[in-house]
Design a protein around this ligand. Structure first.
Ligand SMILES: Nc1ncnc2c1ncn2[C@@H]1O[C@H](COP(=O)(O)OP(=O)(O)OP(=O)(O)O)[C@@H](O)[C@H]1O
Length: 288
């Protein structure tokens, strides 16, 4: 299948002067059209840095990022602005309260991408807002409200609908459900599944909660200290993890069927193994 997103050998360094540190060490990752890829990694592993590089916001030291075959890593100035205005990649944040303008109604939020592009009549904007709301099962009577008057789940629906309204090919969702309660989480994840079916959108689903990827992601990419240490189908990663870090993650996923809590001895042994591998960083220790 032709890749939608192709990240190849990506090295990214952040910080200035002597504090400049390499955060991503040769990351490879692909997302095909209509595919949901989970990107999992602990805090500070480089997930957001990777997402920013895909959006053209972090410059690569080396390596490439292509979307639909077009290189985005080297875009600057006007070309970068045109790429971002084009809307091929949209970003959905963990906390929609911070990403949604509190003074903007839901209606205005849903059509803001179209307004920026210009050339749409009032009737076209109304139809687009209704279509976007319908797509995410948002009642139309919420359109005149402001984000502060919505529930967390409704706000996340607005954020996703706003992203979809500009016709993206790739949606990057950064911890989209971690601030939500369990049942709302499920409805938002089901929404992503529906959107990839109906629109063929590729989704990069960033999380540090492996449990939320089961039943949603087609594949999982495991990031540890800026390196991809394992990639596989969701089933393989959950049922037969190979890398010690992935095995540690899997033993941390609570299951309602578990009668016994995770074995502390096993977790300690895996943690020791991960630390031993990490301290020999130059050794080829990834299992991709
Ligand atoms: N502007 C910056 N300058 C220097 N270092 C940075 C900068 N931004 C992030 N970092 C460092 O890069 C590393 C990766 O950060 P990043 O935000 O990508 O991690 P993450 O996996 O998204 O973490 P989290 O799950 O907590 O959001 C961290 O060690 C962080 O301190």
């Amino acid at each position: 299948m032709t890749e939608l997103l192709n990240v190849s050998g990506l090295h990214v360094a952040l910080g200035r002067g002597r504090r400049r540190t390499e955060i991503l060490h040769g990351v490879d990752l692909t997302v095909a059209p209509g595919e949901i890829v989970g990107l999992i990694g602990e805090t500070g592993s480089g997930k957001t840095t990777l997402a920013r590089a895909v959006l053209g916001l972090s410059q690569a030291r080396s390596g490439t990022v292509t979307i639909g075959g077009h290189e985005v890593g080297g875009l600057r100035g006007r070309a970068l602005r045109a790429f971002r205005r084009g809307g091929a990649v949209q970003y959905v944040f963990q906390d929609p309260l911070r990403s949604l303008d509190p003074d903007r109604t839901v209606f205005d939020t849903l059509v803001e991408g179209l307004v920026v592009r210009g050339g749409h009549s009032r009737a076209e904007l109304r139809d687009a807002a209704h279509e976007a709301a319908r797509l995410v099962s948002l009642p139309l009577d919420l359109l005149p409200r402001h984000p502060g008057e919505l529930s967390g789940g409704q706000r996340q629906r607005v954020a996703i609908a706003r992203a979809i309204a500009v016709g993206p090919r790739l949606l990057i969702c950064d911890e989209p459900v971690s601030a939500l309660d369990a049942s709302t989480r499920i409805t938002i994840l089901e929404l992503l599944l529906r959107l990839r079916e109906s629109h063929g959108i590729g989704v990069l689903l960033i999380t540090h909660d492996l449990g939320s990827l089961g039943g949603v992601a087609d594949r999982i990419v495991v990031l540890y200290q800026g390196q991809v240490v394992e990639t596989g189908t969701t089933r393989d990663i959950l049922l037969a993890p190979r890398h010690p870090y992935t095995r540690l993650l899997v033993t941390s996923v609570p299951s309602i069927r578990d009668e016994e809590p995770p074995d502390p001895e096993l977790r300690r042994a895996l943690r020791d193994e991960v630390h031993a591998l990490a301290t020999h960083h130059s050794a080829p220790w990834s299992l991709t």
